[in-house]
Design a binder for this molecule. Structure first.
Ligand code: B12
Ligand code: SF4
Length: 498
């Protein structure tokens, strides 16, 4: 029996021609979900993983599969539906799972034979059995997996075209930031895989470089951090000679022993969400660790860098507190914190998040012709109505932010400082130049976007979207209650700290 597992492309994100230029392999990441599904699949199935990010194959020239499984983030949903329609027209049953299928079940159900919500570990084997008997159900709910049941991904598949392998060591995040899907999808409980399983799986990875896809590598409590230390000790002891990068909150910087162990285990870079340069912005998104009193971001970043670990900073633009000038403020903050690279993203209401509910109820989702508009949900297009910024205004702010942070003198200063401290100057140079090149590509994409959506898009204030029929008084109530919720969040944070 033949099974195709497909990761759809999003043409707006671009298909990487890794074969043409070797360095492009650094811009494409393995679809780990499909490798995990393959690991859960029995030997009676002949599996082929197709990652369209490396190029779209001629499906008509490929042997007809007996079953197709498609994964999709929201931004990939449109292409996922095209693929589903192609295979269903040939009579091949199509199953779709992943975050978009979980958050938009009804939409997906209309377009595939079977929709799978949540994590697949508990349901994939029965799905395959049902498929063999020709008795697929319309819906399967996987919920949250028993973390000890998360088995190794098939690292022998998809072995070419990528610079990085991929692995997951934990699932879930207790922090539930308003814009993020992780808590809604993987739960608030921080679940970690047995350390021995992780080390064994690391050994199966062929690439020297690895992306540890965890959303919050070290977790939040003392217990989580103790476990992270044990994992790093075990990885160092196994002497795997891998260099890896991951994501963490800024509390990563708060424990010298943790940093020493991470570096010994092969950690070379960490992606940290700073989210906003202002305390009001942090309170708005509910990023608890960042609002802790007395947090000195520059000192935190330096503590991480002293261990030869690069820090990539991420910020969100378009929060209700953001006004004209936010682009420069973000660039200045990122320079002041001393991060090695900066990724600024538009505030984007992703289905299933708290932000989605808030914006939807206030009519603030500008691009809402679904499913067509999902392809713009890449966080690189302004799809919402922002409180103080029009579409043109926020694009201008984004361009100014990127021009500022990625000006040639600033890039050279960063590279020089990394050279001086023997901290991956080449990677910093290549990474920074690649971001700089994206500014040009972004400008082309924005002008297309403006042409299509200019008329549907204005700021929340311009369109009165934040106002309900009672007018000004209601607006003030809304403002008071959002101020109250910011206070609540700060209070929560204090509680959390204690
Ligand atoms: C690694 C990663 C990436 C990699 C992608 C690698 C890849 N090709 O898959 C990169 C860096 C490229 C990336 C890019 C983006 N990402 Co991303 N990414 C992640 C991250 C951190 C881990 C994903 C992962 O590998 N998980 C491990 C696997 C094992 O878990 P899983 O994917 O959930 O799969 C399980 C189930 O979902 C299910 N399942 C999944 N697929 C299928 C299919 C079938 C048939 C079945 C039955 C089951 C099933 O079974 C699996 C096993 O239980 C997630 C966060 C997260 N926790 O998921 C964000 C996340 C998926 N990304 C997100 C976003 C927003 C993006 C971007 C749009 C923006 C950005 N700049 O980050 C772009 C999208 C680019 C595009 N192509 O359109 C959001 C998606 C929200 C949404 N509704 O779509 C997430 C959830 C992060 C967040 N904070 O909200 N991302
Ligand atoms: S800390 Fe990170 S992973 Fe956790 S909810 Fe916030 S943004 Fe998402």
């Amino acid at each position: 029996m033949r099974l195709y597992l497909i990761n759809p492309s999003n043409p707006l994100v671009g298909i990487i021609k890794a074969k043409e230029k070797r360095w492009k392999r650094y811009r494409v990441w393995k679809p780990l979900s499909l490798m995990v599904l393959a690991g859960l699949t029995g030997p009676e199935w002949e599996i082929r993983i197709v990652d369209e990010n490396l190029g779209v194959p001629d499906y008509r020239a490929m042997p007809r599969p007996d079953l197709v499984g498609i994964t999709a983030f929201t931004s990939q949903a449109n292409r996922a539906y095209e693929l589903a329609s192609h295979f269903r027209n040939q009579g091949v049953p199509v199953v779709m799972g992943g975050i978009h299928a979980t958050m938009c079940v009804d939409e997906v159900m209309e377009r595939v034979d079977s929709v799978v919500t949540g994590e697949a570990e508990s349901v994939w084997a029965p799905i395959l059995e049902d498929a063999l008997r020709g008795k697929l159900k319309r819906r399967y709910d996987g919920g949250l997996a028993e973390i000890k049941d998360v088995s190794a991904a098939r690292h022998d598949l998809l072995s070419r075209g990528y610079a990085f392998g991929a692995i997951q060591t934990t699932r879930g995040c207790p922090l539930n930031c308003s814009f993020c899907s992780v808590t809604a999808f993987n739960g608030a409980k921080y679940r970690h895989r047995p350390i021995a399983d992780v080390v064994r799986e690391f050994e199966l990875i062929r690439e020297k470089r690895v992306l540890v896809v965890d959303d919050n590598l070290i977790g939040t409590s003392a217990g989580h951090i103790a476990r992270a230390k044990d994992l790093f000790r075990a990885l160092a002891k196994a002497n795997l000679r891998k260099k890896w990068i991951s994501q963490a909150t800024i509390n990563f910087a708060d424990d010298e022993e943790l940093l020493t162990l991470a570096a010994k285990a092969g950690c070379r870079g960490v992606y940290i969400g700073f989210e906003s340069p202002s305390p009001e912005g942090l309170a708005e998104v509910g990023k608890k660790f960042n609002i802790l009193k007395g947090r000195d971001f520059r000192a935190s970043v330096q503590r991480i860098q002293r261990h030869n670990i690069l820090v990539a900073g991420s910020f969100i633009m378009g929060l209700d507190v953001d006004e004209a000038g936010i682009g420069k403020r973000i660039a200045e903050a990122a320079c002041q914190y001393g991060v090695d690279s900066l990724n600024t993203l538009f505030l984007t209401p992703l289905p299933g998040t708290q932000l989605w509910e808030q914006m939807k109820s206030r009519g603030r989702i500008a691009l809402d012709t679904f499913p067509e508009d999902w392809k713009y949900y890449t966080l690189t297009f302004p799809v919402a109505r922002y409180k103080h910024l029009s579409m043109d205004g926020i694009i201008k702010e984004m361009v100014s932010c990127e021009h500022d942070f990625y000006s040639m003198p600033r890039i050279l200063r960063r590279v020089w400082s990394n050279l001086w401290q023997c901290r991956e100057p080449l990677i910093t140079l290549v990474g920074n130049l690649s971001y700089r090149n994206n500014i040009r590509l972004g400008a082309e994409a924005y002008s297309e976007f403006r042409r299509h959506f200019g008329s549907r898009h204005n700021s929340a204030r311009e369109s009165g979207r934040d106002l309900n029929p009672e007018g000004g008084a209601a607006m003030r109530i809304a403002e008071v209650s959002s101020a109250r919720s910011a206070e609540d969040r700060i209070r929560e944070t204090k509680k959390f700290k204690s």
